[in-house]
Design a protein around this ligand. Structure first.
Ligand code: IMP
Length: 191
């Protein structure tokens, strides 16, 4: 349980502004729209972290002419075990997909990839269901501590080697609603 009552004084620095994030999503949307031109697409957002990225990405795809023949958005909800700032890759599936994955072109949409274990778990889970194609899109990549070589076809922005919050990413369920990506003041982790 976090005892913070306000975000005031908690932010050490902004890493990516909201307009920089929007530009990255615009680029990802263009890449995905071109790759799935004329084909049906299933975007699978991983909650809670991909809360904003999947909705903005779906609209960025729609903004491109000659994109997918249809874009369906679905969600799964997971929680990763680990300590406060690093996942162990042990994932608890809280909500499975509502859509059938078999035979579909699936793009898993994640907020961030760090050691890669969470995405590897999700990729394996979806691959078992025999999609027509399976790719992954992450908004933020922290490539410094990868434990597994999980394929990520679409990468938005490279993140510094730090625990980050905002634009869907949380610390103890807080800070998800910051419109930018930020690093927290060290004292917050001790609060
Ligand atoms: P991985 O299993 O280490 O690749 O981590 C993936 C998951 O851990 C992400 O989906 C996030 O939920 C969480 N995570 C990793 N790094 C951060 C961070 O810097 N801030 C907030 N959550 C993070």
């Amino acid at each position: 349980m976090n005892t913070l009552t306000t975000y005031d004084g908690t932010i050490e620095r902004t890493l990516y502004r909201d307009d920089e994030i929007a530009a990255a999503i615009e680029r990802l949307g263009g890449d995905i729209a071109r790759d799935f031109s004329g084909q049906p697409l299933l975007l699978l957002g991983v909650l809670k972290g991909a809360l904003y990225v999947v909705t903005d990405l779906a609209r960025a795809i729609a903004a491109h002419p000659n994109g997918p023949s249809e874009t369906v958005v679905d969600y799964m909800c997971v929680s990763s075990y680990g300590n406060a700032t690093r996942s162990s890759g042990e994932v608890r599936l809280l909500k499975d997909t509502s859509e059938t994955v078999t035979g579909r072109n699936v793009v898993i949409v994640e907020d961030i990839v760090d050691n890669g274990l969470t995405l590897e778990y999700l990729h394996a889970l979806m691959a078992e269901r025999n999609p027509a194609s399976l790719r992954s899109c992450v908004l933020f990549d922290k490539p410094y501590h990868r434990k597994v070589d999980v394929p990520v076809e679409y990468v938005g922005l490279i993140c510094p080697d730090a625990f980050v919050v905002g634009y869907g990413l949380d610390y103890q369920e807080l800070f998800r609603n910051l419109p930018y990506l930020a690093e927290l003041q060290p004292w917050v982790f001790a609060a």
